[in-house]
Design a protein around this ligand. Sequence first.
Ligand SMILES: [Fe+2]
Length: 269
Amino acid sequence: MKLIWLTDIHLNFLNINQRMDFYQEIRANSGERILISGDIAEAPSVSKILKEMAQILQKPIYFVLGNHDYYSGQIDVVRSEMRDLTKNEALLHWLPASGVQNLGNQTILVGEDCWADGRYGDYTNSRVSLNDSHMIVDLYQSNILGKYSLLDKMQQLADQDAQKLKISLKKALKNQRPEKVIILIHIPPFKECCLHEGKISSDDFLPFFSSKVTGDVLLEIAQENTNVQFLALCGHTHSTAIWQPRDNFTVKTGAAEYTKPQIQEIITP
Ligand SMILES: [Fe+2]
Protein backbone atom coordinates (compact mmCIF):
# COMPACT_ATOMS: atom_id res chain seq x y z
CA MET A 1 0.00 0.00 0.00
CA LYS A 2 1.16 3.49 -0.81
CA LEU A 3 0.51 6.43 1.49
CA ILE A 4 0.69 10.03 0.25
CA TRP A 5 2.25 12.15 2.99
CA LEU A 6 1.38 15.86 3.05
CA THR A 7 2.33 18.43 5.66
CA ASP A 8 1.94 22.16 6.30
CA ILE A 9 -0.08 22.64 3.14
CA HIS A 10 -1.81 25.83 4.46
CA LEU A 11 -4.52 25.60 1.79
CA ASN A 12 -6.35 28.69 3.12
CA PHE A 13 -3.68 30.76 1.38
CA LEU A 14 -4.69 29.38 -2.04
CA ASN A 15 -7.65 30.30 -4.21
CA ILE A 16 -9.96 27.60 -5.51
CA ASN A 17 -8.10 27.21 -8.83
CA GLN A 18 -4.78 26.80 -7.07
CA ARG A 19 -6.31 24.27 -4.67
CA MET A 20 -7.76 22.33 -7.63
CA ASP A 21 -4.32 22.17 -9.27
CA PHE A 22 -2.91 20.69 -6.07
CA TYR A 23 -5.79 18.18 -5.79
CA GLN A 24 -5.18 17.18 -9.41
CA GLU A 25 -1.58 16.38 -8.60
CA ILE A 26 -2.70 14.19 -5.69
CA ARG A 27 -5.42 12.49 -7.73
CA ALA A 28 -2.88 11.60 -10.40
CA ASN A 29 -0.71 9.90 -7.78
CA SER A 30 -1.12 6.18 -7.31
CA GLY A 31 -1.06 6.42 -3.49
CA GLU A 32 -4.29 5.08 -2.03
CA ARG A 33 -4.48 6.91 1.28
CA ILE A 34 -3.47 10.36 2.43
CA LEU A 35 -1.65 11.31 5.63
CA ILE A 36 -1.49 14.97 6.72
CA SER A 37 0.72 16.01 9.64
CA GLY A 38 -1.07 19.29 10.37
CA ASP A 39 -1.29 22.94 9.32
CA ILE A 40 -3.96 22.25 6.74
CA ALA A 41 -5.70 25.66 7.00
CA GLU A 42 -7.02 27.82 9.88
CA ALA A 43 -9.95 27.35 12.26
CA PRO A 44 -12.62 29.15 10.16
CA SER A 45 -11.68 27.19 7.01
CA VAL A 46 -10.22 23.85 8.07
CA SER A 47 -13.49 21.86 8.08
CA LYS A 48 -14.58 23.24 4.73
CA ILE A 49 -11.20 22.52 3.15
CA LEU A 50 -11.05 18.98 4.54
CA LYS A 51 -14.52 18.26 3.16
CA GLU A 52 -13.48 19.69 -0.20
CA MET A 53 -10.38 17.48 -0.22
CA ALA A 54 -12.36 14.35 0.61
CA GLN A 55 -14.97 15.10 -2.03
CA ILE A 56 -12.48 15.75 -4.82
CA LEU A 57 -9.73 13.30 -3.95
CA GLN A 58 -11.98 10.35 -3.07
CA LYS A 59 -9.23 8.78 -0.98
CA PRO A 60 -9.27 8.27 2.80
CA ILE A 61 -7.55 11.15 4.60
CA TYR A 62 -5.90 10.52 7.99
CA PHE A 63 -4.79 13.72 9.67
CA VAL A 64 -3.77 15.58 12.79
CA LEU A 65 -4.04 19.34 13.27
CA GLY A 66 -1.20 21.83 13.61
CA ASN A 67 -1.11 25.12 15.49
CA HIS A 68 -2.30 27.04 12.41
CA ASP A 69 -5.44 24.91 12.21
CA TYR A 70 -6.48 26.53 15.52
CA TYR A 71 -5.79 30.14 14.39
CA SER A 72 -8.80 32.44 14.89
CA GLY A 73 -10.38 29.70 16.92
CA GLN A 74 -10.68 28.04 20.28
CA ILE A 75 -9.11 24.62 20.76
CA ASP A 76 -12.18 22.83 22.17
CA VAL A 77 -14.43 24.21 19.46
CA VAL A 78 -12.12 23.17 16.62
CA ARG A 79 -11.66 19.73 18.16
CA SER A 80 -15.37 19.24 18.46
CA GLU A 81 -15.71 20.10 14.75
CA MET A 82 -13.04 17.51 13.93
CA ARG A 83 -14.87 14.85 15.96
CA ASP A 84 -18.05 15.65 14.00
CA LEU A 85 -16.22 15.45 10.69
CA THR A 86 -14.71 12.10 11.65
CA LYS A 87 -18.14 10.81 12.60
CA ASN A 88 -20.04 12.12 9.59
CA GLU A 89 -17.58 12.05 6.69
CA ALA A 90 -16.58 8.54 5.67
CA LEU A 91 -13.21 9.59 4.19
CA LEU A 92 -12.07 11.93 6.96
CA HIS A 93 -10.23 10.59 10.00
CA TRP A 94 -8.87 12.99 12.61
CA LEU A 95 -6.61 10.44 14.32
CA PRO A 96 -7.14 11.70 17.91
CA ALA A 97 -10.84 10.88 17.43
CA SER A 98 -10.71 7.91 15.09
CA GLY A 99 -8.09 6.08 17.17
CA VAL A 100 -5.52 3.61 15.94
CA GLN A 101 -5.89 2.57 12.29
CA ASN A 102 -4.87 -0.80 10.96
CA LEU A 103 -3.24 -0.24 7.55
CA GLY A 104 -2.73 -3.93 6.84
CA ASN A 105 0.66 -5.54 6.28
CA GLN A 106 1.24 -5.60 10.08
CA THR A 107 1.27 -1.79 10.09
CA ILE A 108 -0.72 0.53 12.31
CA LEU A 109 -1.19 4.30 12.22
CA VAL A 110 -1.67 6.50 15.26
CA GLY A 111 -1.66 10.28 15.67
CA GLU A 112 -2.11 13.24 17.99
CA ASP A 113 -1.80 16.93 17.16
CA CYS A 114 0.99 17.50 19.73
CA TRP A 115 2.17 20.92 20.86
CA ALA A 116 5.48 22.69 21.37
CA ASP A 117 6.37 22.49 25.07
CA GLY A 118 9.14 25.04 25.65
CA ARG A 119 11.43 22.38 27.13
CA TYR A 120 14.17 22.47 24.47
CA GLY A 121 16.11 25.67 23.91
CA ASP A 122 16.01 28.61 26.28
CA TYR A 123 12.43 29.68 26.95
CA THR A 124 13.41 32.04 29.77
CA ASN A 125 15.65 34.21 27.62
CA SER A 126 13.85 33.75 24.29
CA ARG A 127 12.28 36.92 22.95
CA VAL A 128 10.37 35.03 20.26
CA SER A 129 6.63 35.62 20.23
CA LEU A 130 4.81 33.40 17.79
CA ASN A 131 1.45 34.29 16.26
CA ASP A 132 0.07 31.30 18.19
CA SER A 133 -0.18 33.44 21.32
CA HIS A 134 -2.18 36.07 19.44
CA MET A 135 -4.21 33.89 17.09
CA ILE A 136 -5.34 30.94 19.25
CA VAL A 137 -7.85 32.06 21.89
CA ASP A 138 -6.58 29.68 24.60
CA LEU A 139 -2.93 30.71 24.19
CA TYR A 140 -3.84 34.39 23.87
CA GLN A 141 -5.67 34.30 27.19
CA SER A 142 -2.72 32.62 28.91
CA ASN A 143 -0.23 35.03 27.35
CA ILE A 144 -2.10 38.04 28.76
CA LEU A 145 -1.26 36.69 32.22
CA GLY A 146 2.43 36.55 31.35
CA LYS A 147 5.16 34.54 29.72
CA TYR A 148 5.09 31.72 32.28
CA SER A 149 1.32 31.34 32.09
CA LEU A 150 1.77 30.86 28.37
CA LEU A 151 4.44 28.23 29.05
CA ASP A 152 2.11 26.44 31.49
CA LYS A 153 -0.61 26.35 28.85
CA MET A 154 1.77 25.11 26.14
CA GLN A 155 3.00 22.35 28.44
CA GLN A 156 -0.51 21.42 29.51
CA LEU A 157 -1.54 20.96 25.86
CA ALA A 158 1.69 19.15 24.93
CA ASP A 159 1.60 16.83 27.95
CA GLN A 160 -2.04 15.95 27.38
CA ASP A 161 -1.45 14.92 23.76
CA ALA A 162 1.79 13.07 24.59
CA GLN A 163 -0.03 11.15 27.32
CA LYS A 164 -2.86 10.22 24.93
CA LEU A 165 -0.29 9.07 22.39
CA LYS A 166 1.44 6.93 25.01
CA ILE A 167 -1.78 5.26 26.10
CA SER A 168 -3.02 4.49 22.60
CA LEU A 169 0.39 3.27 21.43
CA LYS A 170 0.88 0.97 24.42
CA LYS A 171 -2.60 -0.48 24.00
CA ALA A 172 -2.21 -1.00 20.25
CA LEU A 173 1.24 -2.57 20.61
CA LYS A 174 -0.12 -5.01 23.17
CA ASN A 175 -3.36 -5.90 21.40
CA GLN A 176 -2.45 -5.70 17.73
CA ARG A 177 1.22 -6.74 17.83
CA PRO A 178 2.22 -4.75 14.72
CA GLU A 179 5.62 -4.94 13.02
CA LYS A 180 5.49 -1.32 11.95
CA VAL A 181 3.99 1.77 13.55
CA ILE A 182 3.51 5.10 11.77
CA ILE A 183 3.00 8.07 14.09
CA LEU A 184 1.54 11.30 12.75
CA ILE A 185 2.24 14.43 14.83
CA HIS A 186 2.67 18.10 13.98
CA ILE A 187 5.59 19.26 16.13
CA PRO A 188 9.10 17.78 15.81
CA PRO A 189 9.74 15.66 18.92
CA PHE A 190 13.54 16.12 19.04
CA LYS A 191 15.81 19.07 18.42
CA GLU A 192 17.77 17.06 15.88
CA CYS A 193 14.75 17.05 13.56
CA CYS A 194 13.86 20.68 14.27
CA LEU A 195 16.05 22.47 11.74
CA HIS A 196 16.40 25.92 10.28
CA GLU A 197 18.57 26.28 7.16
CA GLY A 198 20.09 22.86 7.76
CA LYS A 199 21.06 23.48 11.40
CA ILE A 200 19.24 22.76 14.66
CA SER A 201 16.96 25.73 15.39
CA SER A 202 18.37 28.29 17.79
CA ASP A 203 17.66 28.24 21.52
CA ASP A 204 15.29 31.17 20.93
CA PHE A 205 13.06 29.19 18.57
CA LEU A 206 13.41 25.61 19.86
CA PRO A 207 10.94 26.18 22.73
CA PHE A 208 8.21 26.90 20.17
CA PHE A 209 9.29 24.49 17.44
CA SER A 210 9.82 21.23 19.32
CA SER A 211 7.95 18.98 21.73
CA LYS A 212 10.30 17.25 24.16
CA VAL A 213 7.53 15.44 26.03
CA THR A 214 6.40 13.82 22.77
CA GLY A 215 9.94 12.70 21.97
CA ASP A 216 10.40 11.26 25.46
CA VAL A 217 7.22 9.20 25.13
CA LEU A 218 8.10 7.91 21.67
CA LEU A 219 11.66 7.04 22.66
CA GLU A 220 10.47 5.13 25.71
CA ILE A 221 8.04 3.12 23.61
CA ALA A 222 10.61 2.42 20.88
CA GLN A 223 13.04 1.21 23.58
CA GLU A 224 10.42 -1.13 25.01
CA ASN A 225 9.54 -2.59 21.60
CA THR A 226 12.84 -3.30 19.84
CA ASN A 227 11.22 -5.72 17.39
CA VAL A 228 8.86 -3.02 16.05
CA GLN A 229 9.85 -0.33 13.52
CA PHE A 230 8.58 3.15 14.36
CA LEU A 231 8.30 6.00 11.86
CA ALA A 232 7.15 9.41 13.10
CA LEU A 233 6.08 12.01 10.51
CA CYS A 234 5.87 15.66 11.47
CA GLY A 235 6.09 19.18 10.08
CA HIS A 236 5.79 22.67 11.57
CA THR A 237 9.33 23.96 10.84
CA HIS A 238 8.89 23.77 7.03
CA SER A 239 12.47 22.48 7.05
CA THR A 240 13.18 18.91 6.00
CA ALA A 241 15.00 16.64 8.44
CA ILE A 242 15.54 12.97 9.21
CA TRP A 243 16.64 11.81 12.64
CA GLN A 244 17.10 8.26 13.81
CA PRO A 245 17.37 8.23 17.59
CA ARG A 246 17.36 4.39 17.61
CA ASP A 247 17.78 1.57 15.09
CA ASN A 248 14.04 0.93 15.19
CA PHE A 249 12.89 4.56 15.30
CA THR A 250 13.05 7.20 12.56
CA VAL A 251 11.57 10.69 12.57
CA LYS A 252 10.96 12.65 9.37
CA THR A 253 10.14 16.35 9.31
CA GLY A 254 8.58 17.59 6.08
CA ALA A 255 9.59 20.60 4.01
CA ALA A 256 7.02 23.24 3.10
CA GLU A 257 6.65 26.64 1.53
CA TYR A 258 3.62 28.90 1.95
CA THR A 259 1.34 28.90 -1.15
CA LYS A 260 3.29 25.98 -2.69
CA PRO A 261 1.79 22.81 -1.21
CA GLN A 262 3.52 19.65 -2.30
CA ILE A 263 3.43 15.91 -1.95
CA GLN A 264 6.04 15.28 0.69
CA GLU A 265 6.75 11.61 0.10
CA ILE A 266 5.07 8.39 -0.88
CA ILE A 267 5.39 6.10 2.12
CA THR A 268 5.29 2.38 1.44
CA PRO A 269 5.06 0.62 4.77
FE1 LIG B 1 2.86 24.57 12.55
